[in-house]
Write a new protein. Structure first.
Length: 621
């Protein structure tokens, strides 16, 4: 076969392969109804996927040196990986990633019998067909070998380099950037993408996703040069009580009911009066009545998952280079608040009235130890879902508050619920809650900003009403309960901030190094007396919130949370805006180093922390 003819054939096969996946997972009518910019983004990404598939086919040719055998092997591999991914998402609500192949034995044990038969039957048929085709086809000349070597290595080197350098972020960051930089956003890149693995697969095609994920894993191994010794982790966790002797104190009082613990992380909820004195001050009376402090969020205008990450694990986004841990890091069991509460007899539930795959929540929540995850797929049927979607495309919060109440009806066990709302999600260029609910009278404000602010303030008001209804319901429960309400981050109000002169200066707008850009209301209500003095601080950072909630609920701290509490006695916050030391600590430098080492061990190291604490939890059962 001639070189040009072979390469055209490989390119056609690559195109058909990507097109077949696109047609399999995409509703064509819905796709063409998408905004033009989004369609263009998807099509460009699939275009790069075609070239990546083509390079992979050429690479496989270097092994077999037979054109049709290469096509068979390459397409079988893509088909089988895609098939396994579909089945994994079906059974586990998580996508196939390279590290899954380290769990091949466990996967075979857990897989349904019929699925095993289907897989191995297909594998045997492929081997038989491959053997027949390989023997029938002759080894081809060296010119084809060298042509494929040059093409595959050149193209794959480009994609690998792009992935390692975050799609040429440095090259494309300056003012004199090359014109080709406008295409960098279309390159495969799965590291830190907020949409999560499932949506990345839809946008890239599975082979491009799997390639990028593999390069991510290699990059992580190459860049991870520090491993914290197990003895060091054991020493860090050796708090006032020995690990083996740390027994929950409540077990000595069987008559005392463990309280329900309900977190409500309200989308973009903020004290909008910080914008200007003209903003009404009585929009959220329930929240204001119960506000005890402010939450210091690690994020501004977005990045909800990083706030969850800090609250649920007490680890630190800033110390981890602001990476999106849900997507890039949390691929294995990780000690967390729900995991600890499980050991005390709690039924732990994550809730979100959005899709289960965003931010990889469906797999992350399993690794954090939640008993179940109630997403929008569980809250309402697909046929009825449209009734609950607002103008901006987000689900109304009626769904999630109803789900909280349904979960609280289970009185046999204490409930831990971590609920994330979504109805007041940006952007706010719509009238999802009705137009002109608030009269924005300040001069110099554009109509677009008035509309955005009206929508946002209406959402704040609805959040308060939802919380009021939840508290009234919770008061009726026999089991004592505590409700913790906070905003995940400031809203993305775009020009509204500029028109109200919120930033103060261009430098402040660019650097965002002031705590006021990260403070959201923190309200706490309980049906039993709590000591509110511990909340009487200017702000409570998300990474130090959990130990305070456990103390307020009269739940003893595990060794992990005793250590977090100890760090908090030295630092009021470890944050992008600064490390804020307290007056109650003599060894702040050492405490910070210990905290850094704990973060490194859990997210990049051997995770000795989890192994140590897992054995402790087992002893508490």
């Amino acid at each position: 076969m001639k070189t040009l003819r072979q390469q055209v054939l490989f390119l056609i096969v690559a195109f058909v392969s990507v097109l077949a996946f696109f047609l399999y997972q995409e509703n064509i009518q819905r796709f063409w109804a998408l905004p033009e910019a989004y369609r263009e983004l998807r099509l460009y990404k699939y275009g790069f996927s075609v070239f990546l598939n083509y390079a992979l086919i050429s690479l496989i040719y270097l092994v077999f040196r037979r054109t049709f055998a290469t096509i068979l092997v390459s397409q079988f591999l893509i088909f089988m990986l895609t098939f396994i991914n579909v089945k994994k998402e079906q059974y586990l609500s998580a996508s196939l990633i390279p590290s899954d192949f380290l769990l091949a034995k466990e996967t075979l044990i857990a897989s349904p019998f019929l699925l095993k038969i289907t897989f191995f039957t297909g594998l045997l048929l492929f081997i038989a067909l491959m053997f027949w085709l390989y023997r029938k086809e002759q080894t081809e000349k060296n010119t084809l070998l060298w042509a494929n070597a040059v093409l595959s290595i050149s193209i794959l080197s480009f994609f690998i380099t792009a992935n390692f350098s975050n799609n040429f972020s440095q090259v494309c960051s300056g003012e004199q950037k090359p014109s080709l930089c406008k295409y960098r956003m279309y390159l495969p890149n799965t590291r830190g993408d907020w949409v999560g693995d499932h949506m990345n697969i839809k946008q890239l095609g599975f082979s491009a996703f799997f390639f990028s994920k593999t390069v991510d894993d290699i990059k992580a191994k190459v860049s991870n040069t520090a491993t914290i010794p197990e003895a060091r982790i054991q020493n860090i966790l050796a708090t006032s009580e020995a690990l083996a002797e740390n027994k929950p104190q409540h077990q000595a009082d069987p008559e005392k009911l463990l309280p329900n613990i309900i977190f409500v992380m309200s989308e973009s909820h903020w004290d909008a009066t910080q914008l200007d004195k003209s903003i009404p001050k009585n929009i959220t009376p329930t929240i204001q009545k119960n506000q005890v402090s402010k939450l210091l969020s690690p994020s501004f205008g977005g990045g909800t998952a990083n706030v969850e990450f800090e609250v649920l694990t007490s680890l630190n986004t800033y110390l981890n280079q602001n990476q999106l841990a849900y997507v890039a890091k949390l691929k294995r069991p990780t000690y967390s608040l729900p995991m600890y509460l499980n050991s005390l007899g709690y039924n732990t539930t994550a809730m979100h009235n959005n899709g289960k795959y965003f931010y990889n929540r469906s797999s992350v929540y399993q690794n954090l130890g939640f008993n179940q995850f109630t997403s929008i797929e569980n809250m309402v049927s697909a046929a009825d879902r449209g009734k609950y979607i607002n103008q901006a495309g987000w689900a109304n919060d009626d769904l999630i508050y109803n789900s909280i109440q349904q979960q609280l009806k289970q009185q046999d066990r204490p409930q831990f619920i971590y609920a994330i709302s979504v109805e007041n999600h940006p952007m706010y260029n719509d009238d999802r809650f009705g137009a002109n609910n608030f009269n924005i009278s300040k001069s110099g404000i554009s109509d677009a900003s008035k509309r955005a602010l009206n929508t946002y303030l209406s959402g704040m008001q609805r959040a308060d009403q939802h919380l009021k209804t939840l508290l009234e319901y919770t008061k009726q429960l026999e089991r004592p309960s505590i409700v913790i309400f906070f905003g995940d981050h400031l809203p993305n109000l775009q020009n509204v901030y500029d028109e109200y002169s919120f930033w103060g200066s261009e430098q402040a707008k660019t650097e965002k190094n002031d705590v006021r850009f990260y403070e959201t209301p923190l309200a706490i209500w309980s049906s039993f007396p709590i000591n509110k003095k511990q909340w009487a601080e200017p702000f409570i950072p998300a990474h130090f919130l959990a130990p305070r909630v456990l103390a307020a609920a009269n739940i003893p701290l595990s060794p992990y949370y005793k250590f977090i509490q100890k760090v908090n006695t030295c630092y009021s916050a470890i944050h992008k805006t600064g490390n804020y030391t307290t007056q109650h600590c003599d060894n702040a430098v050492q405490q910070l180093q210990d905290y850094k080492d704990l973060n490194l061990d859990i997210l990049d190291g051997k995770n000795f922390s989890y192994e140590s604490l897992k054995s402790s939890l087992q002893r508490q059962d």
